[in-house]
Design a protein around this ligand. Sequence first.
Ligand SMILES: [Zn+2]
Length: 214
Amino acid sequence: MENISRVAGRVQEIQARLNPPPAGSHGSFAQILDSAAPSTPMSRDSHAAMHAMPLGTLFGPNGPIPVAPTTFEAVDAYLHANGLSERNGHLETHELVEVSGGWYGTARLLPPAAHAWESMRAAAAQDGIDLYAVDTYRSYEAQAHAHEEYLAGRKDAYVAPPGHSEHGYGLAVDVTNGSPVGPGDREWEWLTENATRFGWYPISNESWHWEYRD
Ligand SMILES: [Zn+2]
């Protein structure tokens, strides 16, 4: 039962991020997602909440793409087995893997996400697409700073409080091509068509933010 409440707790965290407070300015992608936001509230302890987490509807270049329900089970099992589940933003360097494609050089992800990221980058490269991440693992302090910037109105997009971002587990990437990718960008179009094959999903209403699931 401990496992159930832990997973449900993370589901609730994600749900809060799917429906964040207004951030002042929304791009077109956010507006599309807002209009298609899931209308069924999730029950914390429901079996469905654990096993059929609905994600933000994915809008590809040719219209809406149904995204299969996914779970956190493998990722949560990994976090738990390695003593990381309560350490959002407090992971040690040796608990992460340095990955390729860091826009500013060093980029680190949780090992399962790191392997999936490298596989996805290799596949994208074969299609002539270079995927870069401007942000990957984010420390608690970095998340706190970004959240303060958001509260002060200096961020266009919502920034989760420290301890509540998948960046704090090394399970999220912010994809860039010099600017955050979104509708109209080749990188974003490739991601919308291919990322789920590698376990990466568009979980928030930010077109550049992709999270790893099992
Ligand atoms: Zn992000």
